[in-house]
Design a protein around this ligand. Sequence first.
Ligand code: HEM
Ligand code: NAG
Ligand code: NAG
Ligand code: NAG
Length: 317
Amino acid sequence: MASNRNFLIAAIIFVSLLAWLANAQLSPNFYARTCPNIQGIVRNAMMQAVGRESRMGASILRMFFHDCFVNGCDASVLLDDTAIFTGEKTAQPNQNSLRGFEVIDAIKSRVEAACNATVSCADILALAARDGVILLGGPSWTVPLGRRDARTASLSGANSQLPSPSSSLADLISSFAAQGLNASDMTALSGGHAIGLARCSTFRSRIYNDTNIDASFATNRRTDCPASGGDTNLAPLDQTTNHFDNNYYQNLVAQRGLLHSDQELFNGGSQDGLVRTYSNSYMAFSSDFAAAMVKMSNISPLTGTNGEIRRNCRVVN
Ligand code: HEM
Ligand SMILES: *[C@@H]1O[C@H](CO)[C@@H](O)[C@H](O)[C@H]1NC(C)=O
Ligand SMILES: *[C@@H]1O[C@H](CO)[C@@H](O)[C@H](O)[C@H]1NC(C)=O
Ligand SMILES: *[C@@H]1O[C@H](CO)[C@@H](O)[C@H](O)[C@H]1NC(C)=O
């Protein structure tokens, strides 16, 4: 018995140590000596991009989420199609939808000019997403660094691992659980919809067919999203689309979620309480969001000698 227990304790310590070692490879100071100005370079470029178009803060945040959920935060989403493989850009959740690739290209070329062949595209995207949120009035967090870039991408992964706007609450919880994120992380991260826009094709069935929707909100949204046609017409994900706040959760409580998946978070299920908390407290939301972003940014990074530091974010070296 005693030796069984000792073995168990030793095993737990060993596994914790492994987990700690794996994590310890990402560090906020990773480029302190090799590219000390990396944070400033990314911040300035994002300031310009968001200054030109506010929505870009949202678009880059989403790009990072779509990177991390497909084989980890490894910049796979940035790869263009080649003769050898088809990348993730034409996956259903990404095609004609993900935007801002040229912003990442512009940041990368500034970074290469300052620190040749040193900073990964995966880290640039992680920093740029954080800065996009800050620039639209959201919280800040410390980004762990040291990710390396994938040498391949997964179209099938992008088609199967990213949650769909028609998801039920159970679908959403299991899609995040598959990434090591729990239901509360999922509810906090969904607050990414505090900023940005969605196409009519993603919320049409919600505004015509869902019953848990505020009637005047549905009527309003239908004016720009006909029952057929107008697929690419845009609507804001909350009422303050360029401001990162808790209005998203206030809308959910009022049955004014734009996506079916959004309203699933407040539809009599397990996340109602947390949605209500966030609707009442920007502080509670923003601090949980920041913590969950760090957790998401740690999904399966390539570290050490795995992967590479891509020179051009769109192509493998
Ligand atoms: C919970 C599951 C999620 C689903 C089903 C979902 C689905 C969607 C859909 C359908 C759109 C509209 C895309 C389009 O019409 O082109 C969208 C936009 C967006 N999503 Fe999500 N999303 C989810 C979670 C997240 C998370 C975790 C984040 C970030 C933390 C995020 C950030 C965004 C942003 C910022 C936009 C607006 C992008 C822009 O304006 O360019 N989403 N999402
Ligand atoms: C940048 O690094 C690459 C790879 O190490 C090298 O081939 C190239 O000459 C370098 N360019 C400059 C401008 O230093
Ligand atoms: C989810 O994880 C976070 C931190 O990783 C933790 O604070 C929170 O209590 C967890 N929530 C649930 C429902 O397990
Ligand atoms: C609403 O649901 C019905 C029955 O499932 C379906 O035939 C119809 O196409 C849906 N309409 C929209 C706009 O999604």
